[in-house]
Write a protein that binds this ligand. Structure first.
Ligand code: 13P
Length: 250
């Protein structure tokens, strides 16, 4: 795992308020994280978080991006606007958007391509549902999600961002994949990337997401192909997020 620094990203989802965010920022600034970190607030708080994290090493990300260029697309936000607002990262293909907003593998791949074209670093989320896991289709589903992106973009562009393996059944459920279950899928993701570009695969960070907590982070992060985490619920509490970052730094 030479050359891959741990990365821990906070996905706040649709949570926060200006007052809550300010308290979070104060706690975060008081105890700098010891690994590379990214904070992904809702769009409307990007400016607040950019200002609040100025002077720290933390990166800023959005949670979604339009697959289209600027124009008459009511309610959508273009990749260039995110960059203009101070974001350098963006989450694409989160399972909550795949399920609730009907984002297909191809739409997710188009978002990925658009983000890269604009100069954003995408975090591509992949993962199977419980039914798919029980049918023994985990690796097939994840490979299809990955291949949709690889058809449009070379693997080196995934290395500039990150891949997040998020088993849908582990998100917000308190049920975490075991470190062995996660490692197995992370290794499969890396080998899929390696089949196209071994050098890119060796440096691409593959994050785990799904009920990561201070108590389970270190064991997950000690697996050879787990390069950090994408943290939902636990990232809303600055102390918990910092504890997870500390686990990544060990
Ligand atoms: P939880 O950490 O709340 O399970 O959410 C994980 C996730 O979806 C991060 O993107």
């Amino acid at each position: 795992m030479a050359g891959r620094n741990k990365l821990v990203a906070a996905n706040w989802k649709m949570n926060g308020s200006r007052a809550d965010n300010e308290r979070w920022l104060q706690a975060f600034r008081a105890a700098p994280a010891h690994c590379e970190t990214i904070v992904c607030p809702p769009y409307v708080y990007l400016q607040q978080i950019v200002q609040g994290l100025a002077g720290t090493a933390a990166g800023i990300g959005a949670q979604n991006v339009s697959e289209r260029t600027a124009g008459a697309w009511t309610g959508q936000v273009a990749a260039e606007m995110l960059l203009d607002s101070g974001a350098s990262w963006v989450i694409v293909g989160h399972s909550e958007r795949r399920a609730a907003c009907g984002e297909s593998d191809d739409v997710v791949a188009a978002k990925f391509e658009r983000a890269v074209a604009a100069g954003l670093r995408p975090i591509l989320c992949v993962g199977e549902t419980l039914a798919q896991r029980e049918q023994g289709r985990t690796q097939q589903v994840v490979a299809m999600q990955l291949d949709a992106v690889l058809r449009r973009c070379p693997a080196a562009q995934l290395a500039a961002g990150a891949v997040a393996y998020e088993p849908v059944w582990a998100i917000g459920t308190g049920r975490t994949a075991t470190p062995q279950q996660a490692q197995e899928v992370h290794a499969a993701i890396r080998s899929r990337l390696a089949s196209q570009d071994p050098a890119a695969a060796a440096v691409t960070r593959v994050l785990y997401g799904g009920s990561v907590k201070p108590a389970n982070a270190q064991e997950l992060f000690s697996q050879p192909d787990i390069d950090g985490g994408l943290i939902g619920g636990a990232s809303l509490v600055a102390a918990d997020f910092l504890a997870i970052c500390a686990a990544a730094a060990r």
